[in-house]
Design a protein around this ligand. Structure first.
Ligand code: ADP
Ligand code: MG
Length: 559
């Protein structure tokens, strides 16, 4: 039996598609500019093999002009143009991508940067325009054609005049309605901002006529408007430049320009990865904690670019929670995008990039800890808590990633030390890593429980953050040394002979202890003589997993 073709109500399909795949109208400009850039790229590739074609940079550009009174927005390019057939096929068939076909044909050529692939971006113009007119003259052709459509009712094509090769797209911008304002797409200022946001790193100049104001020549307080053609985009992204070309200020400026924060970054990481997955990234460790960092409003994530075009403002999948303070961007040509180019397919590439980034951040932090201690401590004061939360979360599964990044105040060295530094400084007879928890270093110093350990000449780590003890419980041990709270029952320290007698005091003062146990029944488990006290008459100790400090914190948490 002969197979029948599906039919679709193309008008409805177009409407549905336009209104459902994009969440923001403004991206129509990104799509049209990307197409224009692709069209110029195609000339560039042609020139690689065609001796009669010379690609000189100055002749290739994209121009955006808006006219408020006629409500017309034009996007013109000096790209490869379209023949009549190409207009029919590429703009008349939804989901047909001439660019994807071109990419496939030219796969052998190196380094293609062509953006298009789905064959739907063009139609996003109908989100903001009632009529879209495309005038195009293909390379090597004498005639130009005009394609015109109001979206729903199909399109017309006719011959027309056009001097130079390339394409000019004219949008009749919609009138405002009660709910929707379209004027913004005719405002110089807004258009410039949209271009900056999405298309800043398109490799060809995107030009606009920008109105300025200047004092009139023969007068002091009269001004006149003047129009100046400006290139709006930065073109070469800083992340595509080589590290040796860039100065620290360049990174600082990028951080400020991108509004990653009002502070200065304490460190930048510039990655150019080749191999299993190709990407460029510039990451920053901020100096200050963002004001909403430890709140629910804070959203982690990196900006994600595909071939220099912004896809996502905050791609959360690129950062683990414990590095959520990291700011910056990733650009890759290897991503599988979904059709709206707003979301990604959760694919292998993205996971690989995330994994790669994670290890780069770690090694950067580690080398900072080693070589730039002061800076690291500054960082740690701001974000150390986040690392400890990371250790505690997911049942300690990030232990290997995080344990070497921790710092705690040391009783002996009177400064922050890493666990490695602690363990390396341990005397041979010391079995455990000792810690004491409390509100502040001063308070902990006065704890009677610390005396015996300190007396032995052992170092004690001071845990002053609520999370400290919980995080350490996840670690259990570091370099085969277990952690031990100074208030735990068995400290693993041999008591000196001279003090052995006190333990026997248990019998001597039997009545006293019985009396005290009676008085404190239900409040403590047992009152008994202690070996560990020196100058203090009494202290608490615990023999379970949960220490007194942890209990306090657990009790103070909302259920
Ligand atoms: P995509 O860019 O994903 O291929 P679009 O719907 O944006 O899909 O565009 C469809 C096709 O129309 C493109 O693949 C390209 O062949 C053609 N096209 C669109 N705009 C232009 C342009 N400015 N110059 C040349 N060809 C264009
Ligand atoms: Mg496109």
């Amino acid at each position: 039996m002969a197979k029948k073709q599906f039919k679709a109500e193309s008008k409805r399909l177009l409407e549905m598609m336009i209104n459902s795949i994009y969440t923001q109208r403004e991206i129509f400009l990104r799509e049209l500019i990307s197409n224009a850039s692709d069209a110029i790229d195609k000339i560039y590739y042609k020139a690689l093999t065609d001796e009669n074609l010379v690609f000189d940079n100055d002749s290739y550009f994209i121009k955006v002009t808006a006219d408020k009174s006629s409500r017309l927005l034009k996007i013109r390019d000096t790209g490869i143009g379209m023949t009549k057939d190409e207009l029919e096929n590429n703009l008349g068939i939804i989901a047909k991508s001439g660019s994807l076909a071109f990419k496939k044909e030219n796969e052998a050529k190196d380094g293609h940067d062509i953006i298009g692939q789905f064959g739907v971006g063009f139609y996003s113009a109908f989100m903001v325009a009632d009529v879209v007119t495309v005038v195009s003259k293909a390379i090597g052709s004498d005639v130009a054609y005009k394609w015109e459509s109001t979206g729903a009712d199909g399109y017309t094509i006719e011959e027309c005049e056009k001097d130079s090769v390339g394409t000019e797209i004219t949008l009749q911008i919609k009138e405002n309605t009660e709910d929707d304002n379209y004027d913004e797409f005719l405002s110089e200022y807004r258009l410039k901002a949209i271009i900056k946001k999405y298309s800043d790193f398109i490799r060809y100049p995107i030009k606009m006529d920008i109105t300025g104001s200047r004092p009139k020549a023969d007068s002091e307080n009269e001004f006149e408007d003047y129009i100046e053609e400006q290139t709006v985009n930065s073109m070469i992204p800083i992340w595509k430049k080589s590290r040796s070309e860039l100065k620290p200020e360049d990174y600082d400026n990028f951080y400020a320009e991108k509004h990653y924060g009002f502070d200065k970054p304490i460190k930048h990481i510039h990655i150019s990865a080749e191999g299993a997955v190709r990407y460029n990234a510039i990451l920053f460790i901020p100096e200050n904690i963002p004001f909403n960092y430890y709140s629910k409003e804070f959203e982690k994530g990196l900006e994600l670019y595909s071939n220099g075009v912004l896809i996502m403002n905050k791609c959360a999948d690129l950062l683990p929670d414990y590095y959520s303070f990291v700011k910056g961007m990733v650009d890759s040509e290897d991503l599988s995008l979904n059709i709206s180019r707003e979301m990604l397919q959760h694919d292998r590439q993205l996971k690989l990039i995330a994994k790669n980034i994670k290890s780069k951040i770690k090694s950067q932090l580690q080398s900072m800890l080693k070589d730039e201690r002061e800076k690291y401590e500054q960082f740690y004061t701001s974000f150390g808590r986040q690392l400890k939360y990371g250790l505690y979360s997911e049942y300690g599964s990030h232990k290997d990633e995080l344990q070497d990044l921790l710092l705690f105040y040391s009783s002996k060295q009177k400064k922050l030390v890493s666990l490695d530094e602690y363990v390396s400084a341990m005397p041979e007879d010391q079995k455990y890593i000792y810690y004491a928890a409390g509100e502040s270093n001063e308070r902990i110093e006065k704890l009677p429980q610390t005396e015996l350990v300190a007396d032995k000449g052992y170092e004690i780590l001071y845990f002053t953050d609520d999370i400290d003890e919980f995080a350490i419980k996840m670690l259990m041990s570091y370099k085969e040394k277990e952690f031990k709270s100074v208030s735990s029952g068995d400290l693993g320290i041999e008591a000196d002979d001279s003090r052995d007698k006190t333990e026997d005091g248990q019998d001597d003062s039997k009545e006293l202890f019985e009396h005290m146990n009676g008085l404190l029944a239900g409040k403590v488990k047992q009152v008994k003589a202690s070996k560990r006290l020196k100058s203090h008459p009494v202290c608490f100790s615990t023999d379970g997993e949960v220490t007194i400090e942890m209990e306090k914190i657990l009790k103070s948490m909302p259920n």
